[in-house]
Structure formats: structure tokens, C-alpha cells
Design a protein. Structure first.
Length: 293
């Protein structure tokens, strides 16, 4: 039996990421190839004409799963009847602190419904390893992005595995180069966004939109695997509670859970704590600015 259409709200829909994200959702990349969708596109009045153009392009693309489009600058109209909006994914930097600010100033939204995007960093980590090992990116699993969506993030390959012709092995064993794992790899993942901006003179909108579709929150993670998401800390792994921090998580039926029981060595502890301290500084600065308004 055909599924009922799901109404999805995309904010800043005329922006670079919104423009790249909307057709991916309409094509079924986010919710699957059999899930019809109705898009609610929201942006501000000064870009109303651009928003109108996005709507026209989506219509012209004739996506079979796209059963309707609402393009508006009225937030109340945009939110009416939506199914996927109260599951909030914050993308704009500083993503972790923006998500925390939203949590503080929108207390009616359950904290479990607010996340920030570190899946882009997670995908970059997967790709760097797949290129190093000359394997398909789908054959690399269980990298971790700890911390902030910033240059202090910690791309951790200690639990990563890759499948090669000889079977499944740890990435560290396959790479057989601790310096690459502990320094070159970490820095390359951290600096990728800046490299793209330098090359394009624009941010990485396409890969960010793709990562938003990969977020796995709704469809869920495969058994035995995890993904990285910025979520509300419960104190796991010694991370300060009540900040938005990127952890390894599993997702099932629209719920995320932090993966537990991973051993953290001294090297990782230092990297994780550095990013945590940056987030606490960001939090203090954000609150001081907001309290002055």
C-alpha cells in the first residue's frame, strides 16, 4: 500500500545548503525511495524571489516522490502540519552552540529532538580512510567525530574497521602508520572545509546537504555500526553534561543513543577534552551576548 506523504520543513531554503538539500529529499535520499514527501520551504522576505525560483526548479525536476511544495516567508505557515521539523538538525556554524542556544530558548522542544551536524566530518573521515586504503567508502565503518564542529574536533580512527579482499580488519592495522592516523588524518579531516572554501570561494554546501540526508536519525543505523552526531551530553566519556557534543551514536525508530563502553586512551582523552573546553567557552560567550540583548 502506498505510504502517506511526509511533510518536511527546510529552513533557509533559498540558501546554498537548502538549495542543494531540497532536491535530495525530493529524490528520496533522506527517507528512502518509496516515501512520498511534501516540502515546506522557509526563508526570509528579502530572498522571497530566490525562494520562488527554488520552488519552480523543484517543480520542473518532476520528482516522482514530490507531492507538493509550499514556499513561504511566513514561519507559522511553514510550520503548519509538518512531520519532520521538531526533529531538528542544526547545520550553521557554530553548530553545536547554536543547537544548545536553541535548546535553552525553546524549552518546549525535547532535548532529544535537537542535534547538530557532524555527519559531514564523519563522511570526510570515512573518505580519507577509503582513499588511503584504496577501498570503497562503503567498506569503511565506525569512525568517530568527537566534540565540536570546528578545528578542535577529534576524528578518531581507533575503532574504525575496513573490509578488504582479505576480510574485515582494523583501520589502524591496515594503515600500519601511526603518524598518519594520529596526525595527518586528523588534520586533513579538520581542515577539509577550509580547503573547499579556498578552492570554491564558497562553503561546502553540496556535501553538507548530502550529510544532512545521511544523518540516519530517521531511517536508523545498520546493526553493528554507528555514526557521529552532535547531541546533548549526559556525561558519557567524562564529557561535561548539558553541552552539545559530537558522540558516536546509534539510531533506531527516530531515537538516538550514545554508544557506550568504548575505551579512551590518553591521546584521545586530551583531544576530546580540548574540544569540550572550546565548547564551554563558546557557551559562555553566547550566553553573555544573549543576556545583553
Amino acid at each position: 500500500m502506498p505510504k502517506d506523504a511526509v511533510r518536511i520543513l527546510v529552513t533557509v531554503a533559498a540558501g546554498q545548503i537548502g538549495y542543494a538539500l531540497a532536491p535530495m529529499i525530493a529524490r528520496g535520499i533522506m527517507l528512502g525511495p518509496d516515501q512520498p514527501v511534501i516540502l515546506h520551504l522557509l526563508d526570509i522576505q528579502p530572498v522571497a524571489e530566490s525562494l520562488k525560483g527554488v520552488r519552480m526548479e523543484l517543480i520542473d525536476a518532476a520528482f516522482p516522490l514530490l507531492q507538493g511544495i509550499l514556499a513561504t516567508t511566513d514561519v507559522n505557515e511553514a510550520c503548519k502540519g509538518v512531520n519532520i521539523a521538531v526533529m531538528i538538525l542544526v547545520v550553521a556554524k557554530p553548530a553545536n552552540t547554536n543547537a544548545l542556544t536553541l535548546k535553552e530558548f525553546a524549552p518546549s522542544i525535547p532535548v532529544k529532538n535537537i542535534t547538530c551536524l557532524t555527519r559531514l566530518d564523519h563522511n570526510r573521515a570515512l573518505t580519507h580512510i577509503s582513499e588511503r586504503l584504496n577501498v570503497d567508502v562503503r567498506d569503511v565503518e565506525n569512525v568517530i567525530i568527537w566534540g565540536n564542529h570546528s578545528s578542535t574536533q577529534y576524528p578518531d580512527a581507533n575503532y574504525a574497521i575496513a573490509t578488504t579482499d582479505s576480510g574485515e580488519k582494523s583501520v589502524r592495522a591496515l594503515v600500519a602508520d601511526d603518524h598518519w592516523i594520529d596526525y595527518e588524518y586528523i588534520n586533513s579531516v579538520r581542515e577539509r572545509g577550509a580547503e573547499i572554501i579556498k578552492a570554491r570561494k564558497l562553503s561546502s554546501a553540496l556535501s553538507a546537504a548530502s550529510a544532512a540526508c545521511d544523518h540516519d536519525w530517521i531511517i536508523g543505523t545498520a546493526k553493528g555500526t554507528w555514526v557521529s552526531m552532535g547531541v546533548y551530553s549526559d556525561g558519557s566519556y567524562g564529557i561535561q553534561p548539558d553541552i552539545i557534543y559530537s558522540f558516536p551514536v546509534t539510531c533506531q525508530k527516530g531515537e538516538w543513543s550514545i554508544v557506550q563502553g568504548l575505551k579512551i586512551n590518553e591521546f584521545s582523552r586530551e583531544k576530546m577534552d580540548t574540544s569540550m573546553k572550546e565548547l564551554t567557552r563558546e557557551e559562555s560567550l553566547a550566553y553573555s551576548c544573549l543576556n545583553q540583548t
